[in-house]
Design a protein around this ligand. Structure first.
Ligand SMILES: [Zn+2]
Length: 540
């Protein structure tokens, strides 16, 4: 007797080996049989004839730390077949933070993560994990966010971590690792993290390495002079080389488009570079023994918060100071001059995804020049004023390129990278606001559907990069495979029909072709409907 049998599907087990016809039997949280279960009784049978049964997908890069707390059903992720999400990305998360710092930092990050419930205990990684365990639809993995560690150690200030402040930071990282984090994350496109120099990163990474974790990061957009090798991949490779920690470089792929002046070009990545030249230094470092993996998402432009377009001197001191500068005539003029100089015309490529207040919500989905015109302001003036009016609580995406050929080049690059042994898929989902980036609703089915077909990729290989590879990398035991004894995190989909339907102009549309998803043996998506079951656990 089984609790659940998913019958008659093609099992693609996550290891990369060819799919095979089998039934999958589930008891409790785990898979208890894979094979011919004809005639075996079960409390529920899902007919998977003509469908593929694979491990649920592991999203190695998401920004759902707040969204999972406010909308735990998490339809955007679970409907894509994602059953595990790795939080804390780019160092943007909530623990370990004191109550005061949690309130302050939530406010700073609201344009990217949305607003988490106030008054949660975020003082430790243990407390953080408890807010998700058994309380949301997907499994969650915690990474210790550099920003939180830095705020607790030295405040929201442009100071290097050295001596006592560095010791404090290292202590918090060690404690977090011992409380079940899978690693540590930093985003060098965001303050306070971008105030760090490479030396600080190496010292912290040594602790991460000693504790067996992964040092996850986004390459640098600010203070290139503080970085080994001028930032970009060389800085991360040096961290791996000098610390011995496993390194994972986030959303690292050649975008053919400048992404608003703060994209790859600003990070020292040559636009239009081939995949081969793009990963040349990665392969050289690997040959020396640096242990590195990476991730990518299949879209040509990104999404973030306007506050991360501001330079360090404008955000020094935290949110009240930022708002004061944005509203002070002289300081605002200085910020506007910086925005025009650093980002220039590319500010015109920005679109509001999300604006918190009712009075400004009409801006969602509008390009910044149109909003500015409507308000009778310059673009730089408008964005300063809107950030101040919204208390930073607004988000942006960068318009995709007008030439489809450029889209296709980015997509071809991502599919090429997914043939390598070291690439996973990270959606970079920010499911916040009325006009969010479509990657939150489409990244996984986009790769498995239209891009797989267009590029003739092998389904088993792509599944491996979305399941067993990330599970092994982040130490998620008994996840990412379909076999007896593994947790029953499963995606059941129609390989011929699976596709993303979310677009930049209509982003909040669920994909097609994924009728069933289970998490820890519980049916989370049933005939394309979210069931309300919140069976996700804090793992590993
Ligand atoms: Zn990100």
């Amino acid at each position: 007797m089984f609790d659940l049998i998913i019958a008659g599907g093609t099992v693609i087990d996550g290891t990369g080996k060819p799919g095979f016809r089998a039934d999958v039997g589930v008891n409790g949280k785990t898979i208890s049989a894979v094979g011919d279960l004809t005639g075996v009784p079960a409390r529920r049978v899902i007919d998977a004839a003509g469908l593929t049964i694979s491990p649920g997908f592991i999203d190695t890069h998401v920004h759902t730390d707040a969204a999972l707390l406010t909308e735990p059903q998490h339809p955007s992720g679970i409907r894509m077949g994602v059953t595990t999400e790795i939080l804390g990305q780019d160092g943007l998360s909530y623990a370990p933070l004191s109550p005061e710092n949690y309130a302050e930092y939530s406010r700073y990050m609201s344009g990217l993560c949305g607003t988490p419930p106030p008054d949660l205990d975020m003082s430790t990684i243990t407390a953080f994990r408890s807010h998700y365990h058994g309380k949301c639809a997907v499994n969650t993995v915690a990474l210790i966010p550099h920003s939180a560690v830095r705020i607790e150690s030295a405040g929201f200030h442009d100071v290097p971590l050295r001596g006592k402040t560095l010791d404090k930071a290292k202590g918090l990282v060690r404690e977090g690792m011992q409380q079940g984090a899978a690693g540590f994350a930093i985003g060098l496109g965001f303050f306070p993290s971008a105030w760090a120099d490479t030396k600080e990163l190496i010292e912290i990474a040594k602790v991460v390495g000693e504790e067996g974790g992964v040092f996850v990061g986004q390459h640098r957009f600010f203070h290139f002079e503080r970085a080994f090798g001028g930032g970009g991949s060389p800085e991360f490779l040096e961290v791996g080389r000098r610390s011995g920690a496993k390194v994972h470089l986030a959303h690292y792929f050649p975008r053919q488009f400048g992404a608003g002046g703060a994209g790859p070009a600003a990070a020292g990545i040559e636009i239009g570079s081939t995949v081969e030249s793009f990963v040349k230094d990665i392969d050289e470092a690997k040959a020396e023994g640096v242990d590195i993996t990476l991730d990518a998402y299949p879209y040509p432009s990104g999404s973030t918060m306007p506050a991360c377009r501001l330079p360090g001197w404008a955000v020094e001191g935290g949110v009240d100071e930022i708002i004061r500068r944005l509203t002070d005539k002289k300081e605002r003029a200085r910020i506007m001059a910086y925005l025009n100089e650093r980002h220039g015309d590319s500010l015109g490529d920005h679109v509001f995804t999300y604006v918190a207040s009712g009075k400004n919500r009409w801006m969602e989905g509008m390009a910044w020049p149109d909003v500015a015109r409507e308000r009778g302001e310059s673009v730089a003036e408008m964005i300063c004023n809107v950030m101040a009016e919204e208390d930073l609580n607004c988000g942006l995406l960068v318009s995709p390129p007008k030439s489809t050929r450029l889209w296709r080049q980015t997509e071809a690059g991502v599919m090429e990278l997914l043939k390598r042994p070291d690439y996973t898929v990270g959606s970079d989902a920010i499911p916040v606001g009325g006009m969010c980036h479509p990657r939150a609703f489409g990244a996984f089915p986009r790769v498995l559907g239209r891009l797989r077909r267009r590029h003739g990729a092998r389904l088993e290989d792509l599944i491996y990069h979305m399941t067993q590879l990330p599970a092994e990398r982040f130490g998620l035991k008994r996840r990412g495979v379909v076999k007896k004894g593994a947790y029953a995190d499963l995606a059941v989909f129609d390989a011929d029909r699976i596709d993303d339907l979310a677009t930049y102009e209509d982003p909040k549309v669920h994909p097609e072709g994924i009728p069933f998803v289970t998490v820890n043996g519980q049916v989370a998506v049933d005939q394309y409907r979210c069931t309300g079951v919140l069976a996700g656990e804090a793992v590993p």
